[in-house]
Design a protein. Structure first.
Lengths: 774, 418
C-alpha cells in the first residue's frame, strides 16, 4: 500500500436508505478491490464493547488506537452511538484508516485523536471517501498535558517484557498525549506497540497498551502513583528520558537499542540510557550496564568507537576474563557488530595486555577469548601486537604455539617487523610445533622456510620431513637454504629425497645458495653420483643452468675424474663416441690446464687395458676436434708425455700400432718428441725419448714416416734436442738401428747427428758399412 | 459405555480427525499480547508455560502443547507390522487414545484440532457432536432466541416432559452464557446487536449443550450466535459460519418486520427502509447443505417476535401466543396447529417464497413452521443510557423448534439403527 485508505462502518438508520445491519457505509476507492484482504482484517476492529457498568452514552469513551498486521497499520477510532431506531442498543461508528506504518507514525496518529476530522457516525448519502497521501492531511487535535504520568508511562515501557500488556489508567486523550511526548523523547519507540485507548475483554489482548477497562492478568498498570516495584535503573532511565541535557545520550541509546528497526531491543533500553548518559559524562558505566549496552550491535559499535575510556574498560574486562562482558560482546557480534569497532577493541585489548605484565597463560586465555568471540577481534589484537612489536614482552614467546604462529602470521601479513628479533625468536622457538608454521599455507614462504630451517637445525625436523616439504613447495627453498648453512646439511636433505628428484633439487639448491657453496655442494653431490655418465650429464646441466659459470679449483678435477670414469665405463660399455657430447662440453668448459688434467685421467683410463689403440685413436681424434690449436697441442703433448712415462704401456702401444696412428700426422710425432723432452726435463729419464726415437726410426725405415717440410724441420729440431740429451751409448744404439733402416733414413739420421755435433766421417762410414755408399 | 471413537469431525472447522493424532494442549495459561491476525501456525506463536509447571512441548496455535503423538509411519503388511513390534494385526497401538485426564487438571488439557488448532470439546469421541444452526437476518432475534432457548431448556428443563432428561450446558458454555446472556433475564436489558467483527470468535466459541435424542443416544449440541450480517453475505458466511454446511439441523428465525404487510400494520414508524428477502437466506443455507443432506436435515422455520404479530393483527387469536402445554401429546397437537397458523400467516402476507422453500419435494415432515417470542415484549428505549430495556421478559415457545429437531433427529437415528 502506498496511500492511506479509509472506511466508515456502522449500523445505519432506516432513513439512510441502506440495508439494515452493520456495514461499511463509505470507503476510499482502494478498499473496494485490491485491498479486500486488508478490509477483512480491519473488520475485526469493527466492534465496540461498551464499558462495564452504567456509564451512559456520554460517559462511554472513544476507542482510539492502531495495530499492525503484515506491515499494514490499522488505525481506528470507534465511538458508541447508543440505541438505534429499532430500540436496539450497541450501535457504534468506526472510522478505520489502513495504510503503511511509515505513512501513519504512531505519534502522528495519537496527535490526531481529538481532531474534528474523524467521523462521528452520521451516515452520509455518498459512499466514496478519498484516500490520504499522508496523515498530515488530517488536522491535529488538542491534547492535554501528559504531566507526571509520562515518566510512569516510560517506566512501564522500559520494564515491559514481550507479551506483557501496559494498562494506562487515563482517559483516551491523556493516553494519546503520553504517546506523543514519549515518541518525542524516544523517537520511534511507540511504533512498536499496538495501542487502544479502550477495549472490551475479548479484544484487549490484541494490544500492547490499552486503557484500564479490561487489562490482561499480569499487565503493568500506569497510574499517577509511582510503582514501588519499579527497578531503580528503570526509574532513573525514565527520569533521564525527559531530561533536556541528556538528549544526545538518549538519542544514542534509542539508536543503540534498535528502536525503529524490525527487531528493537526495548528490554535493554533502560540500560542503554543509563550507560549512555554516564558515557557522555566521561564516566565508565557499571559493568552490568555496560554489558547490557554492549548486547546490541549498534550500541556496542558506538561505545567501542566513540568512547575510548569505555573501550579501554571493555578491553580490561576482556583481559580480566569478565564473563558478562564476553557474553554481551558475543551477542553483539552475533548480531553483526561492525568490524571497525571490533578492530578498535582488539587494539585496545592488545594495549591492555602490553601495558602491564601478564603471564603467557593470560595472553593465551585472552587471545583464546577473542578468537572465540570473533576472528576479527583476535586479528585486530594480534595486528596491534605486531604493530608494537618493540613493546612486546618476553611472555609472548611462551604463548601457545598456535598464538605464536598467529602472531607471526600477522607480522608477515602486515609485512612489518619480520626481522624483529622477538618475532624471529618466536619463529625459531616453535620447537615441536614447527609444522604449524611450515604447513600453514597462509604463512609467507619466507617464514615457513625459516621455520623449517630452524626445526631442521635443531634436529626436531627429520630430513625426510624437510625433504618432503621442500619438494612440495619450492618457495621454501630459498629461505631454508638461507638459514641452513653448510653443504653437509643440504646433502643430507638431498639424500632423503627420492632419487629421481635429487639432481633437480641439488640444482635448485645450487641456484639459491652462494656461488662458493654452490660449487661445493655440486662437487660433493656429483661425487656421490655413481654413474659417471649421469654425473657428467648432471654437471653439464648445472653448467648449462649457469650454476658453474666460473669453475673453481675443486670442481675441475671432479670433472676430470668424471671424464676419466666416464671413459673407463664408456669404453667398456659403449665406447667413447657415445659419451662425447658431455665430455666435450665439459672439456671445453674447463680451463686449459684443467683440460689437460682431464686428459690425464682420460689417458690413465686408456692405459688400463692393453688393447687400447683404437680407443686412443678415438681420444686423439677427439682432441683434434678441440677448437683451440694451442690447447690441442698441449693436450697431445700431455698425452704422449703420459705414454712416454709409462713405458710398458707405450711399448705396447708401439708394438701394437707401430706408431701407425701417427704416421699420417706428423704433428703427433712432434708432440711426442716434445713430450719426451719434457720427461727428460722433469725426471731425467731418457728412456722414453730413446724409445720414441727408436720407434720413429723404425717407422721411417718402413717408409711410413713421411714428413712435410715444415714438420720435418720441427721434428728434426725436436729429435736433435733429444739426441743432445743422450749419452754416447744410446746414440750408438740408435744410430745402429737407423743404419739398418733405409738409405733415406740413414741419410736423415746422419744429418741429425751432424746437426747435433757429430762428426761427418762417422756418417759416411756408416753408410758404407750398410752398403749405401760405396 | 461405548468405547471412544477414533475418528471424529472437528466441530469448528469440519476436518475429519484421527483423535490419536491430535496433540493435547493446555487451555488454561497466561495469555500474552497478540492474536489480532490469528496465529499462522502453531509453532510460531509464543508459548506460555502451563500453570501446572509441566514442560511445554512447543506450541500449537499459540497454546502450550502437553503431549504430541509420535509421528505416524505407515507400516505395510503383517510381516512389517510384526517386525516393528506391532503384534496385533487388527490394531495399531499408536491409534490408542491418550486420555486427556492423564494430564494436570489445572492446565485444563484438551485435545486440539490439527487443522484449526482449536481445543476440541471434552465429549469428542464419546458422543456425537451436532451443530444446530440458528439462522436469521440481522435483528431477527437470534441472540435473544438462543438465550431464551437455553433458559427454557437448561434452567427450566422444559424438555423433560418430552422424555429428554439431560439438557445442560457444559462448564465453559455456562460461563459464557452467564457473562453474555444473564443480564437479559436479570436486568431486562436487550442485547446489543451482534457485531460481525466478532464473527471469527463466534465460530470457535459455541454454546455446547449436553442432551440426548433418546436415553441411549447422548449427544452434544452446539449453538452459534452469529451476526445476521455475516450470514447474509455468502463470502462471510463461508468464512465465519462454515459450520452451517455441516449442521445437523437448522432453525430459521423469520423476522416479521421484514415481511412488508406485517411491517405496514405495525405502528411505531418501522418506515420505508430497505429489507432483506428472508427466503433467499433460507434457500441459500439449505443449498449449502447439499442436496443429499438437505433432504435428511430437520429444519425449523420460526417466525420470531410473535408478540408483534399479535400487535399487527389485533383481534386475532393464535395458538402460538398461548403458553405451550406440558403434556407432550397436547403440545404436539399445538405445534401442528402452530405450523398451520404460520403457514397461513405467511401465505396471507405474501411470503410464498418462504413456504416454497419449505415445501420442496423430499423435505416433508422434516420441515415445520413455528412462531416464537424470544423477548415477549417490545423494548423501551433509553437513549441517554445507550441501552434498551424491557419491563418483563416473557419468552414464548422458544423450545418448539428444538423439540421438532430433536424428535426428528431421534427418528432419523432410529431409522438408521433399524
Amino acid at each position: 500500500m502506498t496511500r492511506i485508505e479509509q472506511f466508515w462502518y456502522t449500523r445505519p438508520t432506516r432513513d439512510s436508505g441502506r440495508s439494515p445491519g452493520y456495514q461499511i457505509v463509505a470507503a476510499s476507492p482502494g478498499l473496494t478491490g485490491e485491498h479486500g484482504f486488508e478490509v477483512g482484517v480491519a473488520s475485526r476492529l469493527c466492534r465496540y464493547d461498551p464499558p462495564a457498568g452504567p456509564c451512559g452514552l456520554a460517559g462511554a469513551p472513544a476507542s482510539f488506537g492502531w495495530i499492525d498486521s503484515d506491515d499494514v497499520r490499522y488505525c481506528f477510532r470507534r465511538v458508541p452511538l447508543g440505541v438505534d431506531e429499532h430500540g436496539r442498543p450497541g450501535n457504534f461508528a468506526a472510522h478505520i484508516l489502513i495504510g503503511p506504518p511509515n505513512l501513519m507514525p504512531s505519534a502522528a496518529l495519537a496527535a490526531r485523536l481529538a481532531s474534528p476530522w474523524w467521523w462521528h457516525g452520521v451516515v452520509p448519502e455518498y459512499s466514496a471517501l478519498p484516500a490520504l497521501a499522508d496523515i498530515d492531511e488530517v488536522p491535529v487535535g488538542e491534547l492535554p498535558d501528559a504531566g507526571p504520568l509520562a515518566e510512569r508511562f516510560v517506566e512501564a515501557l522500559l520494564q515491559r517484557e514481550p507479551g506483557r500488556q501496559i494498562a494506562v489508567h487515563a482517559d483516551p486523550a491523556l493516553i494519546a498525549a503520553l504517546v506523543v511526548v514519549t515518541d518525542d523523547a524516544l523517537p520511534g519507540l511507540m511504533d512498536h506497540y499496538a495501542l487502544s485507548t479502550h477495549e472490551g475483554p475479548q479484544t484487549a489482548r490484541w494490544f500492547d497498551i490499552t486503557g484500564s477497562e479490561h487489562p490482561m492478568p499480569g499487565s503493568i498498570p500506569v497510574t499517577d502513583q509511582p510503582d514501588p516495584g519499579t527497578p531503580d535503573e528503570v526509574r532513573r532511565a525514565a527520569r533521564l528520558v525527559f531530561s533536556t541535557k541528556q538528549r544526545a545520550a538518549i538519542s544514542m541509546a534509542v539508536h543503540a537499542a534498535g528502536i525503529g528497526t524490525r527487531s528493537p531491543d526495548v528490554g535493554s533500553l533502560a540500560a542503554y540510557i543509563t550507560a549512555y548518559s554516564g558515557l557522555a559524562a566521561g564516566q565508565v558505566p557499571a559493568m552490568p550496564h555496560l554489558a547490557r549496552a554492549l548486547n546490541n550491535p549498534t550500541a556496542a559499535g558506538q561505545i567501542l568507537s566513540e568512547y575510548p575510556h569505555a573501550r579501554d574498560a571493555v578491553a580490561a574486562a576482556v583481559v580480566r576474563g569478565d564473563g558478562l562482558i564476553a557474553e554481551s560482546l558475543a551477542a553483539a557480534i552475533a548480531q553483526g557488530l561492525g568490524t571497525t569497532a571490533l578492530t578498535e577493541l582488539g587494539g585496545a585489548v592488545a594495549g591492555q595486555l602490553m601495558s602491564a605484565p601478564h603471564s603467557s597463560g593470560q595472553w593465551d586465555s585472552t587471545l583464546a577469548a577473542l578468537a572465540s568471540l570473533a576472528p576479527a577481534l583476535h586479528t585486530a589484537c594480534l595486528a596491534e601486537m605486531v604493530a608494537n612489536v618493540g613493546e612486546l614482552p618476553a611472555a609472548v614467546e611462551k604463548m601457545s604455539p598456535q598464538n605464536r604462529v598467529a602472531l607471526l602470521w600477522h607480522a608477515a601479513a602486515g609485512d612489518t617487523a619480520i626481522d624483529h628479533p622477538r618475532l624471529r625468536h618466536i619463529l625459531e622457538e616453535l620447537g615441536p610445533h614447527w609444522r604449524l608454521a611450515v604447513d600453514s599455507t597462509s604463512f609467507p614462504a619466507l617464514w615457513r622456510g625459516w621455520a623449517l630451517a630452524a626445526a631442521y637445525r635443531m634436529s626436531i625436523a627429520e630430513s625426510p620431513s624437510v625433504a618432503g616439504r621442500l619438494l612440495q613447495d619450492n618457495s621454501l627453498m630459498a629461505p631454508f637454504c638461507e638459514r641452513v648453512s653448510g653443504v653437509s646439511a643440504l646433502l643430507r636433505v638431498l639424500a632423503s629425497m627420492p632419487r629421481q628428484e635429487q639432481q633437480r633439487m641439488a640444482r635448485d639448491f645450487g641456484a639459491v645458495i652462494g656461488p662458493n657453496l654452490c660449487s661445493s655442494l655440486l662437487e660433493h653431490f656429483s661425487a656421490q653420483i655413481k654413474s659417471a655418465p649421469e654425473r657428467l650429464a648432471f654437471l653439464r646441466s648445472c653448467r648449462d643452468a649457469g650454476l658453474l659459470k666460473d669453475p673453481k679449483p675443486g670442481l675441475s678435477p671432479l670433472v676430470c675424474q668424471s671424464a676419466g670414469r666416464q671413459l673407463r665405463e664408456g669404453m667398456c660399455a659403449h665406447g667413447i663416441p657415445k659419451l662425447s657430447p658431455d665430455l666435450g662440453a665439459l672439456l671445453e668448459w674447463c680451463p686449459r690446464t684443467r683440460s689437460v688434467e682431464a686428459w690425464r685421467a682420460v689417458v690413465s683410463a686408456a692405459q688400463w687395458r692393453s688393447a687400447v689403440t683404437d680407443d686412443l685413436k678415438r681420444v686423439l681424434g677427439k682432441v683434434s676436434d678441440l677448437p683451440d690449436p694451442d690447447e690441442r697441442t698441449m693436450v697431445r703433448e700431455y698425452v704422449f708425455a703420459c705414454f712416454a712415462r709409462r713405458r710398458p704401456g707405450l711399448t705396447g702401444f708401439y708394438e701394437a700400432a707401430g706408431l701407425r696412428a701417427f704416421t699420417h700426422r706428423s704433428s703427433n710425432m712432434i708432440a711426442l718428441a716434445k713430450a719426451c723432452d719434457r720427461v727428460i726435463d722433469a725426471t731425467g729419464d731418457r728412456m722414453p725419448a730413446f724409445e720414441f726415437l727408436r720407434c720413429a726410426i723404425y717407422t721411417a725405415a718402413r717408409g711410413e714416416l713421411s714428413f712435410g717440410k715444415a714438420q720435418d724441420q720441427l721434428l728434426q729440431a725436436a729429435m736433435r734436442r733429444l739426441l743432445s740429451a743422450f749419452d754416447q751409448e744410446l746414440r750408438t744404439r740408435l744410430r745402429t738401428e737407423a743404419m739398418y733402416g733405409s738409405e733415406a733414413l740413414a741419410r736423415w739420421w746422419s744429418s741429425v747427428e751432424e746437426s747435433a755435433g757429430a762428426r761427418g766421417g762417422f756418417v759416411n762410414k756408416s753408410l758404407r758399412h750398410f752398403g749405401f755408399r760405396r | 459405555m461405548a468405547p471412544p471413537r477414533r475418528v471424529a469431525p472437528c466441530p469448528y472447522c469440519g476436518t475429519s480427525l484421527i483423535l490419536a493424532d491430535c496433540p493435547i494442549v493446555a487451555t488454561n495459561f497466561d495469555a500474552t499480547v497478540g492474536g489480532f491476525a490469528g496465529p499462522r501456525n502453531g509453532d510460531s506463536e509464543p508459548v506460555a508455560k502451563p500453570y501446572s509447571g509441566a514442560p511445554a512441548l512447543g506450541g500449537h496455535f499459540g497454546r502450550p502443547v502437553l503431549w504430541r503423538p509420535v509421528e505416524r509411519v505407515r507400516v505395510y503388511g503383517a510381516k512389517a507390522r510384526l517386525k516393528r513390534g506391532i503384534t496385533s494385526l487388527m490394531e495399531d497401538p499408536r491409534d490408542r487414545l491418550v486420555a486427556v485426564r492423564d494430564f494436570a487438571p489445572e492446565d485444563l488439557p484438551a485435545r486440539a484440532c490439527l487443522q484449526c488448532g482449536e481445543p476440541l470439546p471434552d465429549d469428542i469421541g464419546e458422543r456425537p457432536i451436532l451443530t444446530i444452526g440458528i439462522v436469521g437476518t440481522t435483528s431477527a432475534g437470534k441472540s435473544h432466541f438462543l438465550a431464551s432457548l437455553i433458559r427454557d431448556g437448561a434452567q427450566r428443563q422444559g424438555l423433560r416432559p418430552w422424555g429428554i432428561e439431560e439438557f445442560m450446558l457444559d462448564e465453559t458454555s455456562a460461563d459464557a452464557y452467564r457473562q453474555k446472556y444473564q443480564a437479559f433475564f436479570h436486568d431486562h436489558v436487550v442485547f446489543e446487536g451482534t457485531m460481525p467483527g466478532a464473527a471469527h470468535e463466534v465460530r470457535k466459541h459455541p454454546l455446547a449443550v449436553r442432551t440426548a435424542l433418546d436415553p441411549d443416544t447422548p449427544v452434544t449440541l452446539l449453538f452459534h450466535d452469529i451476526a445476521g450480517e455475516t450470514l447474509l453475505q455468502r463470502g462471510q458466511r463461508a468464512r465465519h459460519a462454515s459450520f452451517l454446511t455441516r449442521a445437523a439441523a437448522l432453525i430459521f428465525l423469520i423476522d416479521p418486520l421484514m415481511i412488508e404487510p406485517i411491517r405496514e400494520r405495525l405502528k411505531g414508524g418501522f418506515g420505508n427502509g430497505r429489507y432483506y428477502n428472508q427466503a433467499d437466506l433460507v434457500n441459500a443455507c439449505i443449498s449449502d447443505l447439499g442436496a443429499q443432506r438437505a433432504s435428511t436435515t430437520p429444519i425449523a422455520i420460526a417466525v420470531s417476535k410473535s408478540d408483534l404479530i399479535e400487535t399487527a393483527l389485533p383481534g386475532q387469536r393464535f395458538v402460538f401466543r398461548r403458553t405451550p402445554s406440558r403434556n407432550p401429546e397436547t403440545a404436539m397437537r399445538e405445534m401442528n396447529s402452530v405450523d398451520g397458523e404460520v403457514r397461513n400467516l405467511l401465505g396471507a402476507a405474501g411470503a410464498l417464497d418462504l413456504l416454497a422453500a419449505a415445501e420442496r419435494p423430499g423435505r416433508g415432515p422434516l420441515v415445520r413452521f413455528h412462531a416464537v417470542a424470544p423477548i415477549g415484549r417490545e423494548p423501551a428505549v433509553s437513549s441517554g443510557q445507550g441501552r434498551a430495556a424491557v419491563s418483563e421478559i416473557a419468552p414464548l415457545r422458544c423450545l418448539d423448534p428444538l423439540i421438532h429437531i430433536l424428535t426428528s433427529l431421534g427418528r432419523r437415528d432410529e431409522a438408521a439403527a433399524r
